[in-house]
Design a protein. Structure first.
Length: 329
């Protein structure tokens, strides 16, 4: 192990004695606007507080079952985002918004799982487990190989290695002072996961012949079924008053960001309100309606039919009747 590498690793060895040594995510965002970075992480900015790292970790632990938390501070021309046991900083849904123009994230947890991610202009360039850097993902998986050279990946602990690499990429070597003083902290209403493609296979609770007819239908008919199901879900969950829902029902395709923001607001409402039955049901309905945004109609149908069972008051028999009424023949 070269003396230069030893020096770099010695400079970040403090992390193994720190408050966040067991599980954390450190993200460096090349943007000095703390408020904008916080919003890109899904922060509820109306609930900001100034806390030191110990207070922040205590609060994050206390609320971990309800919502994530982030703490931010400026480091040169970058913003440091700290999560205690959280992992928002390695999610593509977050980096798409935060990495404008660039972000570097180091994640580790108590189960010895790790993740190093580098993103530029909202796109993950390279992502890998610190213990297996040879298995890289992303749009440009080899982008950091020059920076990784001469770091002893097979000999040193993974967390200091990630921090040393982050220092090489950002030009800001992580120091113990990063965790000193106060952070601006926020609860987070997370950005929803990206929609995934799902085959319209057999689904419990629905007649096989109905699903067969849906698979055989053309996209125009499938979209008509989706609109009718959307109206049923929105009516059942009493969320026709939401502007984004009215647009969906009118056949207007809203921006995904608008749908996601509405969903986040409902998530936070469900956390804060007591009792929260109505809020939770509206949230479930919005999660179903979001599936309609999928570009593939079959995946949208699969998502809607799977998720609608979580909407209180929605009946499989009524859903089956709607599908049969809307399909020709």
């Amino acid at each position: 192990m070269g003396s230069h590498c030893v020096s770099e690793l010695d400079r970040v060895a403090w992390i193994e004695r720190s408050t966040i040594r067991d599980a954390a995510c450190l993200t460096m965002v090349r943007n000095s606007d703390l408020g904008r970075v916080a919003e890109s992480f899904g922060a509820v900015t109306s609930h900001g507080r100034s806390l030191d790292i110990d207070e922040f970790c205590e609060e994050a632990y206390a609320y971990q079952e309800k919502h994530p938390m982030i703490g931010l501070r400026s480091v040169g021309n970058w913003t440091l985002v700290v999560e205690d046991t959280g992992g928002q900083g390695v999610r593509p849904e977050v980096l798409r918004r935060a990495a404008r123009p660039e972000a570097v994230s180091c994640y580790w947890d108590e189960d010895v799982r790790t993740r190093f991610v580098h993103a530029i202009d909202g796109v993950v360039q390279t992502s890998f487990e610190a213990v297996l850097p040879e298995y890289r993902e992303g749009s440009f998986p080899d982008a950091l190989e020059e920076h990784r050279e001469r770091l002893p990946w097979s000999q040193a602990a993974p967390v200091p290695l990630m921090l040393a690499l982050a220092g090489r990429v950002t030009g800001e070597v992580p120091t113990e002072g990063w965790l000193g003083g106060e952070f601006r902290t926020y609860p987070v209403a997370p950005w929803p996961d990206d929609l995934v493609s799902m085959p319209l296979g057999d689904l419990d609770g629905y007649p096989a012949e109905m699903l067969t007819a849906l698979r055989a239908a053309g996209e125009h008919d499938q979209r008509r079924v989706l609109r009718s199901l959307a109206r049923y879900v929105a009516t059942t969950a009493d969320c026709m008053d939401l502007p984004v829902v009215r647009r969906i029902l009118a056949g207007v395709r809203p921006e995904c960001a608008e749908v996601d923001q509405t969903l986040r607001e409902l998530v936070w409402s469900g956390i804060c309100e007591r009792p929260a039955l109505v809020s939770r049901n509206r949230l479930h309905a919005m999660q179903v309606l979001r599936q309609i945004m999928h570009e593939d109609a079959r995946s949208a149908l699969s998502g809607v039919l799977t998720g609608v069972t979580d909407v209180r008051g929605a009946e499989p028999a009524a859903i089956t009747a709607i599908v049969r009424d809307e399909l020709p023949g």
